[in-house]
Design a protein around this ligand. Structure first.
Ligand code: PGA
Length: 254
């Protein structure tokens, strides 16, 4: 059984005081962190402070995005080495909000994953279909393309540093969750796709999180599915109690 990984994507939310407060509470109360991996992903400008607060705790800190070059004339961007420099161990790449609002393509995401791994950042790679793609029965085709283009050229050693997050776009921030069975079905497809490109061991060991309106009420059912190895949590990660309730659900299903 793999250790579940619960990650809180704070998105563009909170003030610095609220972010610090949330991190301090997590530091004090993350009782289950021995059996569950926990990570938080604050806005860039909060990262240094949050890394300080959580240093020595079992809570990982990561960024929600990064640029693919190490340094240079890229106004407004943040590089992987900069994230390492302030203490991040993780980064999210290819979130659907990056894909849809900021027009990130599979090939750009592939370059970002390679850049992240090359500077030692563990990466959560997000995939997921839109509502109309699901309605047209294209879920596997869309997710399959995101996987093959996003992971192009990666070795199985590199794949082992990844977590994949399956986040159906129609479930993000909508309160509409995939049923546990729907999620488990796509997770099985993702694992089989990895298996077809890499060794069985790699496919078995890679963690696949579910994301999209996960909360303390639906977490037990989702995390109890055999192919679901954790959750990428948006809205519910902004409240310490609901986030830790999801962590407890993950501990129960371990
Ligand atoms: P949500 O966001 O939990 O608010 O739906 C999930 C995500 O975007 O990672």
């Amino acid at each position: 059984m793999k250790k579940q990984f619960i990650a809180g994507n704070w998105k563009m939310n909170l003030t610095i005081d609220e972010a610090r407060g949330l991190a301090r509470k997590l530091c004090d109360e993350s009782v289950n962190s021995g059996v569950v991996d926990i990570g938080v992903f604050p806005a860039f400008v909060f990262l240094r402070d949050i890394c300080e607060i959580l240093r020595g705790s079992k809570v990982y800190v990561g960024a929600q995005n990064m640029y693919l070059e190490k340094s240079g004339a890229f106004t407004g961007e943040i590089s992987g080495p900069m994230l390492r420099d302030v203490g991040c161990t993780h980064v999210i790449i290819g979130h659907s909000e990056r894909r849809t609002i900021f027009h990130e393509t599979n090939s750009m995401i592939n370059s970002k994953i390679k850049a992240a791994l090359s500077c030692g950042l563990k990466t959560i790679f997000c995939v997921g279909e839109k509502q109309e793609e699901r309605d047209d029965d294209k879920t596997n085709e869309v997710v399959g393309n995101q996987l093959s283009e996003g992971l192009a050229g990666l070795t199985s050693e590199q794949i082992k540093e990844l977590t994949i997050a399956y986040e159906p776009v129609w479930a993000i921030g909508t309160g509409k969750t995939a049923t546990p069975e729907q999620a488990n079905e796509v997770h099985t497809f993702i694992r089989n796709t990895i298996r077809s490109k890499y060794e069985n061991d790699t496919a078995q060991s890679i963690r696949i999180q579910y994301g999209g309106s996960v909360n303390s009420k639906n977490a037990d059912d989702l995390l109890g599915q055999p192919e679901i190895d954790g959750a990428l949590v948006g809205g519910a990660s902004l409240d310490v109690k609901s986030f830790l309730d999801i962590v407890s659900a993950a501990a129960r299903s371990s």
